[in-house]
Structure formats: C-alpha cells, structure tokens
Design a protein around this ligand. Structure first.
Ligand code: DAH
Length: 348
C-alpha cells in the first residue's frame, strides 16, 4: 500500500526528469503518475482523503509547469516585415503601406470587354500554351505555309502525340476554331456567333519601345447569315469611338492573312492630333495609326469547324491591346507594361 512518502518520491523523480522531456506534455503521461492515481482506491479508507489530495496536488503542479513551459514556446522572435523588396535601394521607400492597384492593361481589358459586351459579344479567354492545330492548321496555314514564319512563335522542346511541339500562342486567333465549334448550335437556332477574346500572346521579338515578347490582343469573331465587310468596318469604328470617347475616321487597306479573304489593315485617324501636328509622337504627323488586322473569315476556317461557308459568312479581327492603351494614356514605351516598375504602375 502506497503512502504520502511514495508521492513525495515520485514528485522528486518527475521534477528531476522534467528537463529531459523534449515535449513537456509527456510528463503528464508518466507511468509513475498513472500508478499513483490508480493506487488511491487501495489506500486505507481513513488515509484515502489526504492521500488523494496529495496526488491531485502533484498532478496540478505538473500541469501548471507544463502550461508555463508551453507559454514560453509561443513567444517567437518578431519578424522584420519592413525589409524593402529592392535591397539595393538607398532609402527603403519601395514598400509603402498603401494597397496594390490593378495593372493598367487589366483595367483597359475590363473596359473594352464591357464595350463589346454592350455590343452583344461574349468574352472568352485564350490559353498560355496551345498546339499547332489551333495556331496554324485550323486557320488555313497548312504545314509548310510560308506565312507561318511571320509569327515568330515560341515552341516547346516537348512534343505532342503527333510529334509537334506545343506553342505559346502568338495571336489570339488560336481561339477561332474553338469558338466556332462551341457556339455553332447558335447558328442553327438563327442566332449569330459573336465573341471577343482579350488575352495574352507571345512572340520571339527583338525588344524595343514598340515590341515586347509578351503582349495582349483582342480577337473578335462574328458569324451569321449575310454578314458583309460593311458590318466589320462599322463594328470596329463604333468600338474605337466608344473606347476613345470621340468621333474617329477609319481607313481600310487591303492586306494578307491566310485566315481571312479579303483581308484588311485597319487604321484610324490619330486620336491625338488628327494629322495636324507634324511632331506627333503617335502618328508622326501622318494623321493615321495602323491598329489592327481584320477580314472576312476564310471558307476553310469555317469548314474546319463544320460550318457551311455557303450558308454562313463572318468577319474576324485581331487588335493589339498594348498599342490601344499606349495611345489612350500617351505611354511612349511598350516595355513599361511588363517591367513591374512601381513608379509606372502607381500612375494608374
Ligand atoms: N492574328 C493576326 C495577327 O496577330 C491579327 C488578325 C488579323 C486577326 C485578321 C484576325 C483577322 O482575326 O481576321 O497578326
């Protein structure tokens, strides 16, 4: 039968071992303590009360010690959150407490998407990795077509099942075939296919103030019965006037794209000087700014989506968004957009 002296011995023993426990909570599971608790019922009835209290006091004492130790552990050293991102800056002024802001290109994509939605177009996303079929074949550039070289396309070393490399889309036209297939049923219901795709594109460019390897385009596609080039020109003119908030003249010149026939290069009257300033940075005094490519969708592009070109016709266009935004905000160098320069970004 155990006595108060046994409790004192267990206490001494456990306190001596306390430091050796890595996780201090382990001491509360010590076998000696369990044995003491189990032994209470075996103590003579007249001694049981004092014995039980002593075991309980020891248990409380150990719990308090463990709790004090755990409290100590959560006191971690403070982390310095004031370190500037640019460790070379003389004055750490880069990380202000103010919130971030939406990138100017994203702000403008939201605005132009809104204009097209009000004109009845749905907005779709492109992809950041795609295949040869959507970049070229479905757009009437068969294998070996010389116009493929115009697109300075980044390709992966990895090959797909057909042995072709994957591509980083060099234009948003990669989405034409998918959109035609996705909304084909609308044509059968007597509705038009009307979609825009504002998204990121990539080309292996030599970089300068007007060329960036990563840039944005907005693709447009409209298919129904009886669509003609007049509708294309009116749609683009209306969009640009709405975007720049003023009346603009447009000019359409013949051009070549494999996926449209006829194809056009579309220019608008300079929104800054209208041709009145020979030093104008935007149009160099010419009065016209070439902005986008467009045309009537080639029958082979419709056929690739199982749409009968004898029954339906359509137009498509592809417009550089960076250019559009540079002209709107008088930004002189396209490289600002991808630069992550906070001084530039904070102005918007
Ligand atoms: N994808 C062309 C480019 O990046 C632009 C373009 C031209 C898109 C004509 C079109 C189009 O949809 O019809 O150069």
């Amino acid at each position: 039968m155990k006595t108060l002296a046994d409790i004192a011995a267990v206490r001494d023993n456990l306190l001596a071992r306390f430091e050796t426990f890595e996780d201090k909570r382990e001491i509360l599971k010590a076998q000696e303590l369990k044995d003491l608790l189990a032994s209470i019922k075996d103590v003579a009835p007249e001694d049981r009360r004092a014995y039980g209290q002593a075991v309980n006091t020891l248990s409380q004492e150990l719990k308090a010690k463990v709790a004090a130790e755990l409290d100590k552990e959560v006191e971690l050293p403070p982390i310095d959150v004031t370190a500037p991102m640019d460790v070379n800056a003389a004055i750490p002024s880069l990380l202000h407490s103010e919130n971030g802001s939406i990138h100017p290109l994203m702000q403008e994509i939201a605005k132009l998407s809104d204009i097209f939605q009000r004109m009845g177009f749905v907005v779709e996303e492109s992809r950041e990795i795609d295949d040869q079929y959507h970049m070229f074949e479905s757009l009437n550039f068969p294998k070996g077509h010389p116009a493929r070289d115009d697109y300075d396309t980044f390709m992966t070393e990895e090959k797909d099942a057909a042995g072709d490399p994957f591509i980083a889309p060099a234009h948003t036209s990669t989405m034409q075939n998918r959109i035609l297939k996705k909304y084909k049923a609308d044509l059968e219901n007597g509705e038009a296919i009307a979609a825009v795709v504002p998204d990121r594109t990539f080309r292996n460019e030599d970089l300068d103030a007007r060329h960036e390897h990563t840039f944005y385009q907005v693709e447009g596609i409209y298919v129904a019965k009886g669509v003609h080039a007049g509708m294309l020109i009116a749609t683009l003119q209306k969009f640009l006037e709405e975007y720049y908030g003023k009346k603009l003249d447009v000019r359409v010149n013949p051009f070549y794209f494999p996926f449209t026939e006829p194809s056009f290069e579309f220019a608008l009257s300079c929104p800054f000087c209208g041709g009145t300033n020979s030093d104008c940075k935007v149009c160099s005094g010419e009065g016209w700014v070439e902005l986008l490519g467009c045309g009537m969708i080639h029958p082979n592009v419709l056929k690739a989506a199982d749409i009968d070109p004898n029954e339906y016709t359509g137009f498509a266009f592809g417009c550089g968004i960076d250019r559009l935004v540079m002209m709107k905000h008088n930004i002189e160098d396209v490289r600002h957009f991808e630069s992550a320069k906070l001084d530039f970004l904070r102005q918007f």
